[in-house]
Design a binder for this molecule. Structure first.
Ligand SMILES: [Zn+2]
Length: 478
């Protein structure tokens, strides 16, 4: 629909109007004029009335709108003088707010935190005597001692340990710090009227340390001269024990350098850790060792190329022993008095001496077997079997099928079976053929796993460069 059509329809109707004669036209005009004048008059009247009403209302509204912010600002300022006013974000961004800083006077703030009084425990002192000497309420002591672990903790108080406490004006304990060790600080604090103990551990930081020395007469003296801890010297000798005989081989002029770790808690040395890398130069040979930790967290040492420094087998199952009967396939048996080959080595040792598995493997026999007495047999890789006989008893949890590691204790020396005295009969068999365990060429330990090798070699090169002083040092000063 459009407006033209609408007009045609409405006004088209007037063509048939009864006012269509001349005389009535004048009358019609007069009537229309009166109506029009009235209409104008009423319209003006209405407008005036309405305008007055609307204008009054509008004015009132404007006044209301204008007045409200003033009232609001006034009331906010009066009730919350220090709270930042609510401002549109754009304004806040343009003019950053300066927050009130003088809500609490600094001097008043400081006086809220009583000072920590320090005390070093003297011989014979207990927490009770420390409390009474410092005038702290005994009731607070009782509360602390009755805390879970509270008594046990302070029974361990030792001379030279340090504590610190905070007391209010009424001699009431507010807080106590007990520096039990360089790692453990026990903090007692008052929370909602009750004491509570927290063990605050000092984070441990491990630092690498470089050390070096030259042999004049012994490794021990060279180490001492260079402030190398005993633990590290022992480790160094152990690491290269497969390559170097430290009793016979080393000579004046041999040199060594090593990287090892120390752990600190808040600048206090808490322990000497292990060697990370080491180099020993003797008779012109450079022996190098790099630590590698396997997925089980066990550390072993390898050449920078990733070969094991250790043999896969210990030469002997006993740490200290005397060979009482060597490997001898044509021997006369001492008890049976007839030719009887001896397919093992006998190690004499006091009854009860621990017996170590000489290599990684799996126990395939535990029990008694004729002249062997109590015997354990272990199968290893490389088609090797080892046998340990005449045991007094087996180590706990030694059972058929158990996996053992080189050096694990499997039993104790005894004289069960055909034995004249306490000794260990030890056999080393390759494809079930006995060989002399003291002469056999022992297989090397497993190298670094193939998948880890590239990463290991890269780390090893960096460590060797540091050992040789060719890398920017990332070591601690000491
Ligand atoms: Zn024997």
């Amino acid at each position: 629909m459009n407006y033209d059509q609408l007009d045609d329809e409405n006004y088209g109707y007037s063509f048939s109007d009864p006012w269509e004669n001349r005389e009535s036209k004048l009358f019609k005009f007069a009537i229309l004029s009166i109506i029009a004048a009235s209409a104008v008059f009423f319209a003006l009247l209405s407008f005036t009335v309405l305008h007055t009403f609307l204008t009054d209302n509008h004015q009132a509204q404007i006044e209301k709108i204008l007045a409200l912010p003033e009232l609001n600002v006034y009331s906010v300022e009066k009730e919350q003088p220090s709270i930042e006013p609510t401002i549109p974000i754009e304004v806040a961004e343009a003019k950053p707010l300066v927050l009130p800083t003088e809500d609490i006077e600094p001097s008043f703030k400081q006086s809220l935190e009583p000072i920590w009084q320090k005390h070093t425990v003297k011989s014979g002192e207990t927490l009770s005597t420390i409390f009474s000497h410092n005038g702290i309420k005994q009731a607070d002591l009782i509360s602390i001692v009755h805390l879970p672990a509270g008594k046990k903790l302070f029974d361990g108080l030792k001379p030279k340990q340090k504590i610190a406490f905070q007391v209010d004006d009424n001699h009431h304990l507010l807080g106590l710090k007990y520096y039990k060790s360089s790692i453990d600080t026990f903090v007692i604090s008052l929370k909602e009227g009750k004491y509570q103990i927290n063990d605050e551990k000092t984070p441990i930081e491990t630092r690498m340390v470089k050390a070096a020395g030259a042999i004049e007469n012994s490794l021990a003296r060279a180490a001492k001269k260079n402030n190398i801890p005993n633990k590290i010297v022992m480790e160094l000798a152990e690491i290269f024990s497969w390559q170097i005989n430290f009793k016979k081989d080393i000579q004046k002029g041999d040199t060594f350098s090593l990287l090892y770790e120390k752990s600190y808690a808040d600048e206090n040395l808490i322990r000497v850790d292990d060697i990370v890398a080491a180099e020993f130069i003797t008779h012109g040979h450079h022996y190098q060792a790099i630590r590698y930790q396997d997925s089980n967290g066990l550390s072993s040492y390898y050449t920078p190329e990733g070969e094991s420094l250790e043999n896969a087998f210990l030469r002997t199952p006993l740490k200290y022993s005397r060979i009482s009967s060597p490997f001898n396939p044509t021997r006369m048996h001492p008890i049976l008095k007839k030719p009887r080959p001896h397919y093992g080595v006998d190690f004499a040792a006091p009854a009860g001496t621990p017996i170590r598995a000489t290599g990684d493997g799996r126990v395939n026999f535990v029990g008694q077997q004729g002249g062997y007495g109590n015997v354990v047999s272990i199968t290893h890789n490389h088609s090797i079997t080892t046998v340990y006989a005449h045991m007094r008893k087996f180590a706990p949890k030694t059972y058929k099928g158990k996996r053992v590691k080189k050096g694990d204790i499997i039993g104790y020396v005894g004289s069960t079976g055909l034995a004249t005295g306490p000794h260990l009969h030890y056999e080393y068999r390759i494809k079930n053929k006995a060989v002399n365990p003291l002469k056999v060429s022992l297989p090397k330990g497993s190298p670094i796993p193939e998948i880890k090798l590239a990463q290991f070699q890269q780390t090893a090169q960096q460590l060797i460069a540091e050992l040789d002083g060719q890398a920017p040092t990332r070591l601690a000063e000491n």
